[in-house]
Design a protein around this ligand. Structure first.
Ligand code: BGC
Length: 343
């Protein structure tokens, strides 16, 4: 709540502050069609396919041309692809970095040529992007811990986070800890182990939890997983140890398979991030940037060197109890798909 009040206060101060230094690019006739480069660090999780597809559809509606590339978790390839986009004449670069720290060179290359840059979902660090548009990842972490603690208020916990090269992992970790710390201090919860999974890979999460299960067995009551892919690997390890429904498990993204695990009781919660909203806001900002308009933003975020404008989108915890009213009601998934394997 405190954070929200602060954010609203900051919002009041900075709204309409504007941040563009770019000359408007005339739009209108075909030759001047706005071209956006959408550089994606990965397409591995389902959500990124959705981001790409909605982005393409929304841009088409707005008469914007999009060059989209997937770097397949390779930072060198992402840099190469961004350089190609720049040479193809993009007006704006939208980048979801593979590695939040090394992609600063992509931003620099674009900015050196006067091309504005939007950091999408993941923040490019130390890069002074024009605007960061994302979900509230601190809240993602907070919700994960809150929901699990409601259902398993005492006992041993494991923390299976994404890689440190993804700054969202750090924000989620801070959110998780903001809830866990007092429970650890009071002795209700003990943190048995924590790990950071390179590349967000399911197999690594599976292996880590299999090893922890051998050490701690039934002392493990909760596992906070950084996303639904990690939760998948973790739940496979729990299932093998016949502990799947005994241990509370979190995730994020509301992947279809995670929603199916939620309604069958294997996964406790996921975090729903409305991608449609993320894309719509991004496409609007692309247009505003090329038109030289001021950008409205809620707050700023420190990228390690600079405070950058931050447009953030709220997130929603999804459990068995509210899945119908959240992801299904929103049309994110169909009822029959979520309940494919029963209730
Ligand atoms: C995103 C998550 C995603 C993860 C792995 C994070 O930066 O915020 O939605 O699951 O990367 O791609």
């Amino acid at each position: 709540m405190k954070k929200l009040i602060l954010a609203l206060f900051v919002a009041g101060l900075v709204l309409a502050a504007g941040c563009t230094d770019y000359e408007p690019i005339p739009t209108g006739d075909q030759e001047d069609k706005v071209i956006v480069g959408f550089s994606m660090g990965t397409l591995m999780e389902d959500r990124w396919i959705r981001d790409r597809d909605i982005f393409l559809a929304k841009a088409k509606q707005e008469g914007i041309e999009v060059i989209v590339n997937n770097a397949n978790r390779d930072s060198n390839l992402q840099y190469k692809q961004v350089m190609e986009m720049i040479n193809q004449g993009i007006d704006v670069l939208v980048i979801a970095p593979n590695d939040c720290y090394s992609e600063v060179r992509c931003v620099k290359a674009a900015k050196d040529r006067g091309i504005p840059v939007i950091s999408y979902d993941r923040l490019v660090m130390n890069a002074d992007v024009d605007v960061y548009i994302s979900f509230d990842h601190f809240k993602v972490g907070k919700l994960m811990a809150q929901e699990l603690i409601k259902k398993a208020p005492e006992g041993g916990y494991l923390l299976v986070s994404g890689p440190k090269s993804d700054y969202n992992t750090e924000l989620i970790y801070q959110g998780v800890m903001s809830v866990l710390e007092s429970n650890i201090e009071s002795g209700k919860i003990s943190l048995l182990g924590e790990t950071w999974v390179e590349g967000w890979t399911r197999e690594t999460a599976y292996q880590y939890v299999s090893d922890q299960l051998e050490m701690y067995g039934e002392d493990i009551k909760g596992i906070i997983c950084g996303n639904d892919s990690l939760a998948w690997g973790v739940i496979d390890a729990l299932s093998e140890a016949q502990m799947a429904e005994q241990v509370v498990v979190s995730g994020q993204d509301a992947d279809l398979v995670a929603c199916q695990r939620i309604v069958t009781g294997k996964q406790t919660m996921t975090t729903y991030k409305p991608i449609q909203e993320l894309v719509e806001k991004t496409v609007k900002v692309c247009v505003d940037l090329v038109n030289g308009k001021d950008i409205m933003y809620e707050t700023t975020i420190f990228d390690g060197t600079y405070d950058v404008p931050y447009i953030y989108i709220d997130v929603v915890p999804v459990t068995r109890e509210n899945i119908d009213e959240t992801v299904i009601k929103d049309g994110f998934h169909l009822y029959e798909d979520v309940y494919l394997n029963g209730k």
